[in-house]
Design a protein around this ligand. Structure first.
Ligand code: MCA
Ligand code: AMP
Length: 491
């Protein structure tokens, strides 16, 4: 069986001394990562399922690679996950151990699990053979993703999907072992972990992770050998702001030069506004290209490196991916005038939601197509354009998917809140911003907006906190008592 990460199988000679990952001053070669992950894999052979404290560190890379090599499904955890969300993920995925770095302070909910410490500065070594490759259909990662209501669901991603999606990107982008990828994405989602870490490792190339996003970090790393940049639109927006600054000076020039020198600038996780596309192109002469994916499907479409970049589109389907547009009643639509739900089929798809056969069935058609919930069109040359999404209760903020329902439930758990509704509002930086509409339990002394934001951050995650809170006397409801979210706007 072909290994998922061939370059880590038994690297020798120059292949072993090539840099695999670098986080600040800490880097690991292929030889070091192979040795450290083989040793760790041996320690978790019978672990069932493991959680990985997915901080942006080399320890996370060692942990995930080791789990993949051991054939043990890994659940990457957002280190900022709040109490309620973490309790749900642990109860749902039932890991037997948590892999974390030596300095990571773990919350009480994780103290019950066996802790396996991974130390990139003093990695374990083993001369043992690499473990045998697992079957392609076996689960590799379980990635939690929000829905419109209820807690996040665990998308079970098999090795087959990861390999297929990364190889389709190799084909589209001419991605090779010579590429040096730069990014600052979180390592608990598909974008940062699968594309951003497993992508370079599958090709035998390198990753330089910034730890935390900064425009200076992007300029520094792309200006010193980086060939590709992956980011969410918020990051490209912040780059565009620097490029566009009237008195940008040396910082602006360094960034423009670094971006101009990169082989590929790729944006995804949400739509990059055409205005930001244009500002970056004007300052650098380079076009950002977009690709479109989803936790459940990995990558579906993408502009090719040798293709025609067209802002506002996400390119044609990737190799192996079938894509169609479907009407509400199930009619398959044809032609460039058609607007419908995007449905996809292919080797890039997940196997289902963990413990949720109902949700898995609801997400697929009888003939095996996955319903993305995104609404789009297809141009004459096959380029897909995303024009909206079916569910109004899903918010994309900073590239994170957030369900209005999960935030409403948490707000209702606050003693100062009698009623709550959550909406997404356009935001130039985040794409959408989480907005809460609250009826206070005591209208004469409503809770502070900041207190409600902290409450959501502590229970769910900081990126789910409302950025704006409006207090109302009552929520607008229809005759059936249903909240009319469309009527919620500032008068
Ligand atoms: C602020 N903070 C708080 C609070 N307020 N912490 C606790 N309680 C509070 N009330 C902290 C934050 O944790 C953070 O800490 C800092 O303050 C700033 O937070 P925030 O303002 O939220 O961050 P930001 O600067 O707005 O973040 C922008 C970002 C981020 C960097 C672009 O949104 C991001 O990383 N997005 C990536 C999302 C992503 O990867 N999506 C992929 C999923 P500190 O300063 O210490 O950090 S989609 C996917 O995978 C599919 C397949 C696809 O297509 O890609
Ligand atoms: P997630 O479930 O967090 O993996 O987010 C997947 C969703 O992000 C998709 O269903 C799309 O709505 C959105 N998305 C990802 N990439 C793009 C893109 N390039 N343009 C527009 N939307 C995107």
């Amino acid at each position: 069986m072909t290994p998922l990460l061939p370059a880590l199988q038994s690297p020798t000679g120059p292949a072993a001394s090539r840099e695999a990952v670098r986080f600040g001053d800490l880097s690991l070669t292929y030889g070091e990562l192979a040795a450290a992950s083989t040793a760790l894999a041996a320690r978790m052979a019978d672990a069932g399922r493991v959680a990985v404290w997915a901080a942006p560190t080399p320890e996370t890379v060692i942990a995930v690679v080791a789990a993949l090599r051991a054939g043990v499904p890994a659940v990457p955890l957002n280190p900022r996950t709040g109490e309620r969300e973490l309790a749900h993920i642990l109860a749902d995925s039932e890991p037997t151990a948590v892999l974390a770095g030596p300095d990571d302070a773990l919350p009480p909910a994780l103290e019950k699990l066996r802790r396996v410490t991974v130390d990139a500065r003093a990695p374990e070594h083993t001369e043992g053979d690499a473990p045998a490759e697992e079957a392609p259909e076996s689960p590799a990662l379980i990635v939690y993703t929000s829905g419109t209501t209820g807690p996040p669901k665990g998308a079970v991603l098999p090795r087959r999907a990861i390999a297929a999606s990364l190889d389709a990107l190799e084909d589209a982008w001419g991605w090779t072992g010579d590429d040096v990828l730069v990014h600052a994405l979180p390592l608990f989602h598909v974008h940062g972990l699968i594309l951003g870490v497993l992508g370079p490792l599958r090709r035998g190339g390198s990753l330089r992770h910034l730890g935390k996003f900064s425009t200076e970090g992007v300029a520094r790393e792309l200006g010193s050998g980086g060939t590709m940049l992956f980011g969410v639109p918020t990051m490209y927006h912040r780059l565009a702001e620097v490029l566009d600054a009237p008195a940008g000076g040396a910082e602006r020039d360094a960034l423009a030069g670094a971006l101009a020198g990169a082989r590929l600038l790729v944006s995804g996780s949400a739509a990059l506004p055409v205005h930001d596309h244009e500002r970056i192109a004007a300052a650098t002469g380079r076009r950002v290209i977009e690709r479109y994916g989803m936790t459940e499907t990995l990558m579906n479409t993408g502009i090719r490196a040798d293709g025609v970049p067209r802002p506002g589109t996400v390119g044609p389907p990737l190799a192996g991916v079938e894509l169609r547009l479907v009407e509400e009643d199930g009619t398959v639509l044809e032609g460039t005038e058609a607007i419908g739900e995007i449905q996809v089929r292919g080797p890039n798809l997940f196997t289902g939601y963990l413990n949720r056969p109902d949700a898995t069935a609801a997400a697929h058609t009888a003939d095996g197509w996955f319903r993305t919930g995104d609404v789009g069109t297809v141009d004459g040359d096959g380029y897909v354009r995303i024009v909206g999404r079916k569910a109004t209760d899903l918010i994309k903020s900073g590239g994170y998917k957030i369900g209005a329902g999960e935030i409403e439930n948490v707000l209702l758990g606050h003693p100062g809140v009698r009623e709550a509704a959550v909406t997404g509002e356009e935001d130039p930086d985040l794409g959408e911003r989480v907005v809460a509409w609250v009826v206070a339990s005591d209208p004469d002394s409503p809770p502070l907006a900041e207190e409600l934001a902290d409450h959501v951050a502590a229970q769910l995650a900081p990126h789910k906190r409302p950025r704006t809170v409006h207090f109302l006397d009552a929520l607008p409801r229809n005759d059936l008592g249903k909240i009319m979210k469309r009527s919620l706007h500032v008068r």
